[in-house]
Design a protein around this ligand. Structure first.
Ligand code: SAM
Length: 329
């Protein structure tokens, strides 16, 4: 794991110097918009974190369904964790995190160029530029070695950030073939190169080990005195509202049950575990799937807003279900 860089402020004021040496409160936030992103729920989640985390007694944090990492950025900057283990099965996402962690300056060079070239275009040329990039992104995926860090990774990560910032609803979505297929968005002035945030993200990521992995790998990795947060793909709230397009792989009820088995295994080891999902009762009050699978654990329902439906009229209030293996009192 790389060590955080040391910086000196212009006026040398002690508090500012301390802030900059400190891995906390850098203001880093998710750099991608991601389906199921937990940014809107952090206030409520903070009440549901384990007491030992709030008392700064937990040093290791695991998030094996990383996505945009809203909970990681919150935990890493507000509690005294020393190590974070961040996994996701989406290789594009993991590549992008790894690039930011290793050499954010080089990535920023590519993003500056996107920003400069895109913003000056009129609407029609922006569309053409977007679709050219999307086609290139889909073709190039066969030429990338996702397991071996290389110079190729920088334009790849920049392209993902560009597409995420300029596509419709700003969401990453792939089809069955694994092709990114979100259409162009209509943002007047998208921030493609958010330098300040990306530098803050780079610094926060210095405590992290990031890898492309299936959540099941966690079983062999997890250390004692850890906090694990699971945010798997949503179990669809209705037969038609399924969003399982983070990657080609599906996440069905069998996977949800395998995850519950892992949850119970970690519980037996004394690890503090928190899991969230959409509440199936939102659409079918008699659906007790999670209440059954996690019976005996602490279940809280938290009001949320679902944002991923392309039809704005279908983005209403729903409950998120949160399961913890520790008491909340
Ligand atoms: C609901 S999202 C997580 C959102 C995240 N909490 C946030 O704030 O953005 C679920 C994530 O799990 C990943 N995923 C899907 N199946 C997986 C698996 N079997 N193992 C690990 N990650 C998986 C997806 O790529 C996606 O990024």
């Amino acid at each position: 794991m790389a060590k955080a860089m040391k910086y000196k402020t212009k006026d040398n004021s002690l508090s500012k110097v301390e802030d900059l040496f400190n891995p906390y409160n850098l203001g880093a936030k998710p750099f991608l918009k991601w389906a199921g992103g937990k940014g809107q729920l952090l206030g409520k989640f903070q009440e549901l974190y384990p007491k030992a985390l709030k008392q700064k007694k937990i040093k290791s944090f695991y998030e094996p369904f990383l996505g945009s990492g809203a909970v990681f950025f919150d935990v890493a900057q507000n509690y005294s964790i020393e190590n974070a283990y961040l996994y996701d099965i989406n290789e594009e996402l993991v590549l992008t995190y790894q690039v930011i962690q290793r050499d954010v300056a080089k990535l920023l060079d590519f993003l500056y160029r996107y920003q400069k070239n895109y913003i000056k275009l009129d609407k029609q040329l922006r569309q053409q530029f977007f679709y050219d990039q999307r086609t290139n992104y889909n073709l190039q995926r066969f030429n990338i070695d996702y397991d071996k860090y290389s110079e190729q990774w920088f334009p790849r990560a920049a392209q993902l950030i560009f597409l995420n910032r300029t596509c419709f609803n700003g969401l990453y979505r792939v089809n069955q073939k694994g092709e990114f297929n979100s259409p162009v968005g209509d943002y007047e002035n998208p921030t493609i190169c958010d330098e300040k945030n990306l530098i803050a993200v780079h610094r926060v990521l210095q405590i992290a080990e990031i890898k492309k992995a299936d959540f099941k790998e966690l079983a062999k990795d997890v250390k004692a005195n850890a906090f694990v947060y699971f945010d798997p793909p949503y179990r669809p709230i209705s037969k038609t509202a399924s969003f399982k397009a983070y990657s080609k792989q599906e996440f069905d009820d069998d996977e949800q049950i395998e995850l519950a088995t892992l949850f119970k295994k970690l519980d037996k080891k004394g690890i503090q575990v928190m899991l969230s999902n959409s509440d199936p009762k939102n659409s079918d009050p008699s659906d007790n799937f999670f209440d059954t699978v996690y019976s005996g654990y602490h279940i809280t329902r938290v009001p949320a807003r679902r944002m991923i439906n392309a039809d704005a009229t279908k983005r209403g209030a729903i409950n998120e279900i949160v399961v913890t293996n520790y008491s909340l009192s």
